[in-house]
Design a protein around this ligand. Structure first.
Ligand code: UD1
Length: 342
């Protein structure tokens, strides 16, 4: 019997790529999303890529406890991957109540439903934001978490703690994995799914591709006076398909009962720091175009540098980032052109 994975927020950027990889690995997937920050574009793309027209889609708001409960009752859920959350750092500072209510409320409902069905494997999508500006680089999973600098970051830390406590109290019925993502970028090689930001993108790569296609006039590089080799910030940009594959390894590890501890943590990154300027230059080079950009003041809240030590994911999960940053930037551009109908 095939095992069933519920993907909350499964119509979004990361969720759609994860759905493709899960189906490729032989899992049944239930995609659930309230479509608050995406439309059906990526879900339609997932169906095309997988050749599966019968993937169940449920329009569910996980803040609705009864609807969440009903979803667990309708399907036999062996594992849930929880993506359904708001993710704009700046907006979270302006609307903290909205962020705490949505990001904590939805996760609590998922955990309550998991408890009520007698147990489940739960994978939570966390972020390198929990490390803040680390004292030592690269960061391992043992690196201390820093106080959150935004309500968004605080919700990631709180959900990590909530899952740890829930696993501990469940007497083995609930198992958990926290995946801490670094900077997911790029798109599926088919160019049928990718990042689809609403309004002005906050993140670097969608801003780059939208500038290249002419939707934005000019990219602002936020600060060139950081204490880094070229003065711009350093990040660990991880290809979205590579990142999606890490979920398959993690879910399988939980399903097969191979965990060393009931709640495990893995960094999902490449281990390779890349500066904003290097990324912009690589984008221009691999796609053979010139990008209109300017140096702008630093963006409040940005950290100077953060990148992963992915050793634990490499050795324990058996997962490794494979695509080069060049291939990833090519895929991001192909997706932007696909959206523009070019
Ligand atoms: C941010 C969040 C992180 C969150 C992630 C996903 C912070 C400190 N981190 O990561 O918690 O999980 O988004 O939403 O807010 N940049 C420019 N010009 C732009 C956009 C970005 O120069 O128009 C620079 C930034 O200053 C940064 C780098 O590009 O140095 C990456 O930025 P971004 O893509 O927004 O990701 P993070 O800030 O690393």
């Amino acid at each position: 019997m095939k095992k069933t994975v519920l993907v909350s927020g499964g119509a979004g950027f990361i969720g759609s790529h994860v759905t493709v990889e899960l189906i490729g690995a032989g899992y049944e997937v239930v995609v659930a999303d309230n479509l608050s920050n995406c439309d059906m574009t990526c879900f339609e793309g997932v169906k095309k890529i997988t050749g599966r027209d019968d993937i169940p889609f449920e329009k569910v708001d996980f803040c609705d406890a009864a609807a969440t409960e009903a979803l667990f009752a309708k399907y036999k859920i062996d594992a849930v991957i929880h993506f359904a959350a708001f993710k704009a750092v700046g907006e979270s500072v302006e609307k903290p109540v909205l962020y705490y209510k949505n990001n904590l409320g939805s996760f609590l409902n998922v955990l309550e439903a998991a408890e009520r069905q007698g147990g489940c494997n739960v994978l939570f999508s966390s972020s390198a934001t929990v490390y803040g500006q680390p004292e030592k680089l690269p960061v391992t999973e043992e690196s201390p978490r820093q106080p959150a600098t935004s309500p968004y970051g605080a919700t990631k830390q709180m959900c990590e703690d909530i899952l740890q406590d829930t696993v501990k109290a469940s007497g083995g019925k609930i198992k958990g994995i926290l995946l801490r993502y670094f900077n997911p970028i790029g798109a599926h090689p088919s160019a049928l799914i990718g990042e689809l930001p609403r309004g002005v993108p906050n993140n670097l790569v969608p801003f780059i591709t939208q500038t290249a296609i002419g939707k934005r006039a000019c990219l602002s590089i936020f600060g060139d006076d950081y204490p880094t080799p070229d003065g711009t910030c350093l990040r660990d940009y991880i290809d979205i398909v590579d990142l999606a594959k890490a979920h398959v390894y993690a879910v399988t590890r939980m399903m097969e009962g191979k965990m060393d501890e009931p709640c495990e943590i893995f960094n999902v990154g490449t281990g390779r720091p890349v500066s904003v300027m290097e990324l912009v230059t690589a984008f221009e080079r691999v796609n053979g175009l010139k990008l209109n950009y300017k140096i702008a003041p630093r963006r409040p809240g940005d950290v100077t540098a953060v990148w992963a030590d992915p050793t634990r994911a490499n050795t324990v999960l058996g997962w490794k980032a494979e695509r080069t940053v060049e291939e990833t930037l090519r895929s991001a551009w192909e997706w932007e052109k696909h959206l523009a109908g070019k």
